[in-house]
Design a protein around this ligand. Structure first.
Ligand code: NCD
Length: 321
C-alpha cells in the first residue's frame, strides 16, 4: 500500500464534516486515503501499544437503525467506542416517537442536536441523503435499502488490498446474486478505478445488470461473464454472495435459483490453489462451513476489517486525523 502522507494526498479535500453517502462520490485518491487511514487502527500494521481511545473522546455517535443489522450496527458501535466516543440511538424504531407518527426529518433533526455524527440504516433508497439534507453534522450511510452501503465497499477494498498487497493487477470473480446484490454493484464500480479484471459468475436470471456492465465498458475495465464456476478459475479472489430472497417478487423464482451456486467441500481445491474466498455475510447455505478453517477462506477476517474502516471514517469525518 502507498504510504499515508501529506504529499501523496495533498490535493484532496478534507474529510472533516463530510457525509459518507455513496461510494461513487469517492475519487481513487480518496478511496486510497481511507484504506490507508484504516491501517492506523489495524493491529496487523500498528505494532506499538498506541491507544486510540482518546481520539474522539467527548464526541457522540448516534446509531439510527431503522432496519435490523448485526455486523454493521455492532461494528460501528465498537469502532466508535474504541476511539472514545459515546453512543446513543436505536435499532427498533417502534420504541421511538416514530411510532407516534413523528416524521423522519423531525427524528433526524432531534438526533442531530444530541450527537456529533449520525450513522443511519434505513430500508428506503435515498434515506441517508435525505437525512444529510436535514442534519448539520456528518451523516454516514450504513445501508439504504437496495441502493448503497459504502462502508461495506470500503472494507471489501481494504481486505483485498491487505491480502494481495495491492489492487492494480488483481482479478476478482463475483458469484451468486449479481442482479440484486448491492455489495457486488458498489464493489465492482469502486474497483473500476483500478486495473482489476472482473469475472461475473451467475445463473442467467441473476446476471450483473447491463447498466453496471455499460459503465465498466466505458471505463475500459476487462471483464467476462460465465454461467458456471470455471474449473480453471484464474482469480485472486472469489466474492461469493447470498441470493437476496427479500428482493424477489415471486418466491418460486427464488426457489429455482437459490441452490445453484453454492460452494461445498469440493471448493477446497480452489482455496488450495490460492483463490481467497470472500463474502459480505450473512451467509445462508452458499458456503459450506467445512471450508471455514481454510486459511484462504477470509470472510470472517473481512468482517473484522470493517472495524478498522469504521474507526478510520469516524475519526476522519470528526477531523481528528
Ligand atoms: C450485504 C448487504 O447488507 O447488502 N451484507 C453486508 O453488507 N454485510 C449482503 C447481504 O445481505 O447478503
Amino acid at each position: 500500500m502507498p504510504p499515508l502522507g501529506a504529499v501523496f494526498f495533498e490535493k484532496m479535500q478534507s474529510f472533516k464534516g463530510r457525509d459518507i453517502l455513496d461510494i461513487n462520490d469517492f475519487s481513487k485518491d480518496e478511496l486510497l486515503y481511507v484504506l490507508n487511514a484504516a491501517k492506523e487502527f489495524d493491529p496487523e500494521f500498528v505494532k506499538s501499544k498506541r491507544s486510540n481511545y482518546t481520539l474522539a473522546q467527548g464526541k457522540i455517535a448516534a446509531l439510527l437503525f431503522f432496519e435490523p443489522s448485526t455486523r454493521t450496527e455492532q461494528s460501528f458501535s465498537s469502532a466508535a467506542q474504541k476511539i472514545g466516543m459515546g453512543i446513543i440511538g436505536f435499532n427498533d424504531p417502534k420504541a421511538t416517537s416514530i411510532h407516534k407518527g413523528e416524521s423522519f426529518s423531525d427524528t433526524i433533526r432531534i438526533m442531530d442536536s444530541y450527537a456529533d455524527v449520525l450513522i443511519i440504516r434505513h430500508p428506503e433508497s435515498g434515506s441517508a441523503k435525505k437525512a444529510a439534507e436535514v442534519a448539520q453534522i456528518p451523516v454516514i450511510n450504513a445501508g439504504d435499502g437496495p441502493n448503497q452501503h459504502p462502508t461495506q465497499t470500503l472494507l471489501d477494498l481494504y481486505t483485498m488490498m491487505k491480502e494481495a498487497g495491492k489492487l492494480d493487477g488483481i482479478t476478482i470473480a463475483f458469484m451468486g446474486d449479481l442482479k440484486y446484490g448491492r455489495t457486488v454493484h458498489a464493489l465492482s464500480l469502486a474497483l473500476s478505478h483500478f486495473k482489476v479484471k472482473q469475472i461475473f459468475i451467475s445463473h442467467s436470471t441473476l446476471k450483473m445488470p447491463d447498466e453496471f456492465l455499460k459503465v465498466l465498458k466505458e471505463r475500459g475495465v476487462a471483464f467476462e461473464e460465465c454461467d458456471r464456476l470455471p474449473e480453471s478459475l484464474e482469480a485472486d479472489f472469489l466474492y461469493q454472495t447470498r441470493v437476496q430472497k427479500e428482493r424477489f417478487k415471486d418466491l418460486d423464482e427464488y426457489k429455482k435459483v437459490k441452490d445453484k451456486f453454492i460452494l461445498d467441500a469440493s471448493f477446497k481445491k480452489y482455496l488450495d490453489k490460492g483463490v481467497k474466498l470472500m463474502h459480505p455475510l450473512p451467509r445462508v447455505n452458499e458456503i459450506d462451513p467445512v471450508l471455514d478453517h481454510h486459511p484462504n477462506a477470509i470472510y470472517f477476517k473481512q468482517a473484522r476489517n470493517g472495524l478498522y474502516i469504521r474507526e478510520a471514517l469516524l475519526t476522519l469525518v470528526l477531523g481528528r486525523i
